[in-house]
Design a protein around this ligand. Structure first.
Ligand code: DMJ
Length: 457
């Protein structure tokens, strides 16, 4: 599939090539050598996190890095960390660790369990992880697990609107919790669609596509979506519109489903949505670009907040060809990061006051740094990434892995190491500094949990 480059994207590529040629050879090679050394440090730190998962939580969903204990989301393990981390292990060429994790997954992972699981989280972490690892290894048992999981998640979509319930029981197919949001109803097509392409069974693609379209169809006349939607009635119960958690990856998937599958309807939905985001949610404050909150019906500004989760948006802007906006927003994210030497969950960008003090080892700012470096080859993004990585190690490293922070001002740690730290945060740090051959960016589309899907169908 050929995606036509916009005139702006062409100009950026030309500038990148010219910059590279203008740079003296020895400076370039010094920068490359330094970058490879940072990549090795990232790999060593990832291994520190992984080895402690192996030591204290092997076979469980997650490690609690301060108490050195294990945690299972639903009382029994779905191997959340190994499945989420497997493709990172493979990309970093940690072959022995990858083989051990893969063996554990094919031996112990079973979805035949009488538990209610969150459709969205299980889709992006487990279905996404199994599918990308299947593509990387060719191990058919991973695809079989993905197909079994896909079948068990399908009943979640049995609502009058086709929008999925929040929870589904993996054994009985019973559902609960009809109050959902666009991220949870609209961030499923990459995984379900890839499952269809790889198994030849259209049901998965069609079901997740319908949920995406049904979400989009309910946008307001000015083109925005809200924060809470009832999947039984299709009515919004919260009109707050933003690009933050609860909506974020819905927009990401409109563009990425076009990229991965060449689905023109996804492109049309993206094209109809992005002008409203840039008109009503974007905010210029003292020459800086931020994205805040607005009422989905009136477009009126409701909040001037931005946070760690919003920091994914420069990546999506760059991927869709708007590098200038991506660069500006990334500068704002980095300003937020530097406020206390590590980013808070939420700030008020007008007053620069911290509104939520936690840091959950989130990847979004790293993801955007990686995308911007890929598209511009501007060294400032590797320098930015190195600062972020050094802070990340300084404040989050513990004796037994990596710990989230409960307070980014005091740097107090909390007993939490989410699987996305291994699936996403470390992976994006690594890819930012590794040789481009570690993963050919243009041949894959990352799902929202950083699992790369190859366009091989
Ligand atoms: C991840 O599970 C995914 O990136 C999701 O889209 C948003 N939240 C976390 C990481 O912060």
């Amino acid at each position: 599939m050929v995606v036509k480059k916009s005139a702006r994207a062409k100009a950026v590529s030309l500038l990148t090539v010219l910059t590279l040629f203008a740079m003296p050879g020895c400076q370039r090679s010094r920068e490359q050598t330094h970058a490879r050394a940072v990549a090795e440090r990232v790999k060593a730190e990832f291994l520190h996190a992984w080895a402690n998962y192996e030591r204290y939580a092997w076979g469980h969903d997650a490690l609690r890095p301060l108490s050195k204990t294990a945690h299972d989301w639903y009382g029994q393990s779905l191997l959340m960390t190994p499945v989420d981390a497997l493709d990172t292990l493979i990309l970093m060429k940690l072959d022995a660790e990858a083989a051990k994790a893969q063996a554990l997954i094919v031996k112990d992972l079973s979805f035949d369990r009488d538990i209610y699981v969150k459709n969205f989280e299980i889709t992006i972490r487990l279905l996404g992880g199994l599918l990308s690892s299947y593509q990387l290894t060719g191990d058919k048992r991973l695809l079989d697990l993905a197909e079994d999981l896909g079948n068990r998640l399908l009943p979640a979509f049995n609502s009058p609107t086709g929008l999925p319930y929040v929870y589904v029981n993996l054994r009985t197919g019973q559902v609960r919790d009809p109050m959902s949001n666009p991220a949870e109803t609209g961030t499923l097509l990459l995984e379900f669609g890839a499952l269809s392409k790889l198994t030849g069974k259209p049901i998965f693609y069609d079901t997740a596509k319908r949920a995406l379209v049904e979400t989009y169809k309910r946008r307001s006349p000015i083109g925005l979506v809200g924060s809470t939607i009832n999947v039984e009635t299709g009515a919004w119960t919260d009109n707050d519109s933003h690009i933050s958690g609860g909506i974020d990856s819905y927009y990401e998937y409109l563009w990425k489903c076009w990229l991965l599958f060449g689905d023109k309807e996804c492109l049309e939905m993206w094209n109809a949505s992005i002008p409203a985001i840039n008109q009503y949610l974007a905010d210029e404050v003292g020459g800086e670009l931020w994205y805040g909150h607005a009422d989905m019906v009136t477009g009126k500004r409701t909040e001037t907040t931005y946070g760690a989760l919003d920091a994914f948006f420069p990546a999506v802007l760059a991927l869709s060809g708007d590098v200038p906006r991506a660069r500006r927003l990334q500068s704002s994210s980095f300003k937020m990061w530097n406020l206390h030497g590590i980013e808070p969950e939420v700030i008020d960008y007008k007053t620069m006051e911290v509104k939520a003090k936690t840091y959950h080892l989130r990847p979004e700012i790293v993801e955007s740094t990686y995308y911007l470096y890929h598209y511009t080859k501007d060294q400032q993004y590797r320098q930015m990434g190195e600062t972020i990585f050094n802070d990340f190690v300084k404040y989050c490293r513990t004796e037994a892995g990596y710990a989230a922070l409960s307070d980014i001002v005091t740097k107090q740690q909390r007993d939490e190491m989410e699987s996305f730290a291994l699936a996403e945060t470390f992976k994006y740090f690594y890819l930012l500094f590794a040789a481009p051959s570690a993963l050919e960016f243009d041949k894959v589309v990352f799902n929202t949990e950083a699992h790369p899907f190859r366009r091989t169908w």
